[in-house]
Design a protein around this ligand. Structure first.
Ligand code: AGP
Length: 609
């Protein structure tokens, strides 16, 4: 997704914009640019490619300015190119704009503006906004922005500056996020908090339909009609150190290793080893309401969807509830049937995924409650849900989700046990036993991370492969899906996941010496069934790696290689079986020279459809 950064204050602007754009790189992009205002003139510099090329170009021909905007573009309309890179200008070049989102009616507006004499230089939807602001500009930039956005259809987070209404940055939000940072006599705005953290931890998040006007004297908030809006300035718990690599080669590897801490932090203070109770008052949903719940619907995208698939087993086995797990992009277009006895839980680490947000909005008011599991404080999903359970994973910079996946599973297990207790579906003894097992998971994860080198050595054999099959059953089938997604999205190797029981319904036709299989096979209720799947594969010369219990002697006779993991409560095995799959994908991708933290075509937060 596109990234926006703006700065107004006493410091040199270019380094702040460049550093800010670097902290937005993880969102995924194909071009970048900056615009500054200097002595009544606007200067723009844009490149197709990476921030470092923009930096080099600015070193070659520096730009001065007292305030400005930066942007990283993830192309939606108009191919990746310098002319399509933001910031975009109006005809005069005295108004520039940066934008994240999609203007759905831009072609109609473009034709009208052309008929009115405006000349366009790009293929983008964004440029239309610059010309609309120009059309309505009568001296006040914020009034011109208001008139412009009044005719827009779609989603937009925009920031604009004008040489004719200087010392002012005007931002507006409908859809993608905008966060404002309050420094010492300096103000910033961005698409997310990472670029702001190195300047201040005091932030305010725009809600849909709101605008921010940043000036040297301070920040004014209004709605789209110009009415004043009061915004709460929050102090974030995150600090700049949390978004550095700290000696790891990639953010993704650092985040894989942070998982034990993340599970501990997400559990912290939310269970009692005395009463066996789950303590989730923060959810803001009364246990009496949960007592009436007869069904759960979990909704998410991508890795978060896989966390939801694991969550299904928690709700089914602990809370004794029937569960549907839905893709946000599918659910939002269905003839949705919900009732007041159905609990909806949306899962999104960014809290900004457009499809998941749309599913939340489609569910609100039609069910018992819509809860959100998210990693981003005050994100759109957090603000619109009836109750929020934050994962305490810290900022996840790698585009491929890892620690937020295990944090989401932690949060879903807590909610499932909380609902189970509200429904009387689980007694104190069983609760205590589960919670005690849960408390041991982080240490068991650390044991697996301690054998990373062995997993790396094994992974390197598979660097040349072009296909991979992942198999799992019951609560580990979603882990197979997540393992396959990791391999796909960072190494670009085609990988598919199937429930083991599905092999004989087709996929076994794929097996030969060029199609290796990763089998997840802890000693649980489906262990013997998985063993038969493995035998069928071996009988057809398929190579099989197994993630299995460290004390399982039998498996070593049945497969070509074993990645051992400690045993744990069967429902909690996903926390352990996913770690080797994350490392496996990481080492293969790194060896293949892939851009592990910013895989091609991917964005960290998919804020458009
Ligand atoms: C997973 O590695 C990807 N980064 C992607 O599938 C991601 O999980 C998905 O886009 C959902 O994002 P969210 O959790 O922020 O909603």
């Amino acid at each position: 997704m596109c990234g926006i950064i703006g700065y107004i204050g006493p410091k040199k602007v270019v380094p702040i914009l460049i550093e800010g754009l670097k902290k937005l790189e993880y969102r995924g992009y194909d071009s970048a640019g900056v615009a500054l205002v200097d002595k009544g003139k606007i200067h723009v510099k844009r490149v197709k490619g990476k921030i470092k090329e923009l930096e080099a170009s600015l070193k070659k021909s520096p730009l001065a300015g007292s305030y400005g905007l930066g942007h990283t573009r993830w192309a939606t309309h108009g191919r990746p190119s310098e002319e399509n890179a933001h910031p975009h200008r109006d005809c005069s070049g005295r108004i520039v704009i940066v934008h994240n989102g999609i203007i759905e009616n831009y072609l109609v507006l473009k034709r009208k503006l052309k008929d009115e004499g405006h000349t366009f230089t790009t293929e983008t939807d964004t440029e239309v906004i610059a010309h609309l602001i120009e059309k309505h500009f009568k001296g006040s930039l914020e009034n011109a922005v208001r008139a412009a956005i009044a005719v827009l259809e779609g989603a937009f987070a925009i920031a604009a500056i004008s040489a004719d209404d200087p010392d002012k940055i005007v931002a507006a939000k409908l859809g993608p996020p905008v966060v404002v940072g309050f420094g010492d006599d300096e103000y910033l705005l961005s698409s997310d908090i990472n670029p702001i953290l190195s300047h201040t931890q005091k932030v305010a998040f725009l809600d849909d339909g709101e605008m921010a006007i940043l000036e040297p004297s301070g920040v004014t908030f209004t709605d789209f009609k110009g009415n004043a809006v009061k915004k709460k300035v929050e102090t974030l718990a995150w600090n700049p150190m949390m978004i550095e690599k700290r000696g790891f080669k990639h953010f993704m590897l650092k985040e894989i290793f942070e998982q034990p801490e993340v599970v501990r932090d997400t559990l912290l203070g939310r269970t009692s080893l005395d009463s066996g109770k789950v303590l989730l008052d923060e959810l803001g949903v009364k246990p009496q309401l949960l007592k009436k719940v007869r069904k759960a619907v979990l909704i998410a995208c991508g890795t978060s969807y896989h966390a939801g698939l694991v969550g299904r087993y928690f709700f089914e086995s602990l809370a004794k509830l029937p569960v549907d797990v839905e893709y946000g992009s599918e659910f939002r277009y269905r003839d949705i049937i919900l009732d007041k006895e159905t609990l909806v839980v949306v899962i999104s680490q960014s809290g900004e995924t457009a499809d998941t947000l749309a599913a939340l909005r489609a569910s609100k008011g039609k069910c018992a409650a819509v809860l959100a599991v998210t990693n981003t404080v005050s994100s759109s999903i957090a603000r619109e849900a009836d109750g929020v359970l934050y994962t305490h994973a810290g900022p996840e910079i790698g585009v491929a989700a890892t620690k937020t996946f295990t944090a989401q599973m932690t949060a879903l297990a807590l909610i499932a046990l909380y609902v189970a207790q509200a429904r009387g579906a689980v007694d104190k003894k069983a609760s205590l036993a589960f919670i005690q097992e849960f408390q041991r998971i982080p240490h068991k994860m650390e044991k697996i991370l301690g054998q990373a080198k062995t997993i790396e050595d094994l992974a390197l054999h598979f660097v040349p492969f072009s296909h991979f099959l992942y198999l799992g059953r019951w609560v580990n089938f979603p882990v197979a899906m997540e393992g396959a997604l990791k391999l796909k999205e960072i190494s670009y190797i085609h990988a598919e996941a199937y429930p083991g029981g599905e092999m004989k319904h087709g996929p076994i036709a794929l097996i030969d010496e060029n199609m290796p299989t990763m089998a997840i096979i802890p000693e649980d209720r489906v262990y013997d069934k998985m063993l038969s799947n493995i035998s069928e594969i071996k009988a057809r010369l398929g190579y099989v790696l197994a993630v299995a219990h460290e004390n399982d002697a039998q498996i070593r006779q049945r497969v070509d290689a074993v990645i051992p993991v400690p045993a744990a409560h069967p429902l909690l095995m996903p926390f352990l079986t996913v770690v080797p799959l994350q490392l496996f994908a990481y080492y293969i991708a790194a060896k293949r020279g892939a851009d592990v933290d910013q895989p091609r075509n991917l964005a960290k937060s998919v804020t458009v459809e």
